[in-house]
Design a binder for this molecule. Structure first.
Ligand SMILES: Cc1cc2nc3c(=O)[nH]c(=O)nc-3n(C[C@H](O)[C@H](O)[C@H](O)COP(=O)(O)O)c2cc1C
Ligand SMILES: O=C(O)C(=O)c1ccccc1
Length: 374
């Protein structure tokens, strides 16, 4: 990469598109159905505005956050995305090194093309969480959990928005069904064969209970949109929630992730950390999500675009750009810490004051302070 290198996340997408096989680009970029939810994720951020505070300078900027015992220097995690070796020969190894360099958490996909042990070995010091689709064969699920634990993963992220795969017209048209020869879902190797990733409509809250008995690792649920499910998650001892519509790849017609966030944050009431992914493309998007009650966000496609455009350096640059943009926007908002952000600083474009306000920001203005102070 040179001086003409991408300088925004959206420019990274264009650079990645130019390099990728068109069917692979479509797999990464695409959504389900008419891609209404896919577009809504970014459009919802555009409709939200930030109201800066003034004359609050002085202190040194603080962007770090601790989630499930893991410190991240920035409130931006790497969302789990499958098949990184379609974007770069080093695949998830390169992504993990980029996340380590950015001092943030990478959520390794169960459908990674590098085994979780090899991802961990390639990136010493990386903070890894492991994403899991609960497999109906719970004995295999347990073997997978043991591998993630042994590799040093600090949390399990169970994806719950995928009882079946979304209907992805781009993949259907392109005939993209399987990985090309030589690439495999390496976490699915089991007794000399590679199992298919099973998305199962049979999975229930009972399986979450079984998983909790199986492991001491904290469990996050990814893909919760209904506030009643957020409350059920708390009843089941879940340690964090990730508000997500899977980047618009599962049920088309669900709300934009950031539009679903306030109700979930209100239901959780600070009991556990709330994360969000979907459509985060600018530092200002991160600030909007944090102001509305997220403790951190995750990015999916932008990291893949970085990887496809420039391998490890490209992915690191994407995370670095977000960090620069967050610091710049915080300063312009009169904040010295991400905990200074509150719902009072967000408006829905064109709506009156307080319309985006759903939760009392508390005396120090920061959302979700309850779990942090424990
Ligand atoms: C190409 C691709 C593959 C994905 N694979 C997974 C996966 O294996 N497991 C999972 O839980 N989510 C997966 N996701 C969803 C992401 O974790 C995340 O929810 C989504 O990408 C966030 O939206 P964004 O791409 O706009 O940041 C995938 C998303 C994309 C784009
Ligand atoms: O493509 C995806 O979004 C995804 O989550 C997935 C599911 C199963 C296998 C590979 C990826």
């Amino acid at each position: 990469m040179d001086t003409l290198a991408p300088g925004t996340l959206r420019e990274f997408e264009a650079a990645a598109r130019a390099r990728l096989d068109p069917a692979h680009y479509d797999y990464f970029a695409g959504g389900a159905g008419d891609e209404v939810t896919l577009r809504a994720n970014e459009a919802a951020f555009e409709r939200l505005t930030l109201l800066p505070r003034v004359l609050r300078g002085g202190a040194k900027l603080r962007t770090g956050v601790t989630l499930l015992g893991c410190r991240a220097a920035v409130p931006v995690l790497v969302a789990p995305t499958a098949f990184h070796r379609l974007a770069d020969p080093e695949g998830e190894r390169a992504t993990a090194r980029a996340a380590a360099a950015a001092e943030t958490i990478m959520i390794v996909s169960m459908a990674a093309t590098v085994a979780v042990e090899d991802v961990a070995a390639a990136a010493p010091g990386a903070r890894l969480w492991f994403q899991l689709y609960l497999q109906p064969d719970m004995a295999f699920t347990e073997r997978l959990v043991r591998r993630a634990e042994a590799a040093g993963c600090a949390a399990l992220v169970v994806t719950v928005d995928s009882p079946v795969l979304g209907l992805r017209d781009r993949d259907r048209r392109n005939g993209f069904l399987d990985l090309p020869p030589g690439l495999y879902c390496e976490n699915m190797r089991d007794g000399g064969r590679v199992r298919p990733v099973v998305l199962s409509p049979e999975i229930t809250w009972e399986h979450i209970g079984l998983l909790r008995e199986m492991t001491a690792l904290p469990i996050a649920l990814k893909g919760v949109l209904h506030p009643a499910d957020a409350r059920l998650a708390l009843d089941h001892g879940v340690a964090a929630l990730l508000v997500s519509n899977h980047g618009g790849r599962q049920l088309d017609a669900v709300p934009a992730a950031v539009d679903a966030l306030p109700e979930i944050a209100a239901a959780v009431g600070g009991a556990v950390p709330v994360l969000l992914d979907g459509g985060v493309r600018r530092g200002t998007d991160v600030l909007k999500a944090l102001a509305l009650g997220a403790d951190a966000v995750a990015v999916g496609r932008p990291v893949v675009w970085g990887l496809a455009a420039g391998g490890e350096r490209g992915a690191a640059r994407v995370l670095g750009l977000l960090r620069e943009e967050i610091e710049h926007a915080l300063t312009l908002c009169g904040c010295t810490s991400i905990h200074d952000l509150g719902p009072d600083m967000v408006r829905v474009h064109g709506a009156g004051p307080g319309t985006a306000r759903v939760r009392d920001p508390g005396p120090d203005g920061g959302p979700g302070a309850a779990w942090r102070s424990r």
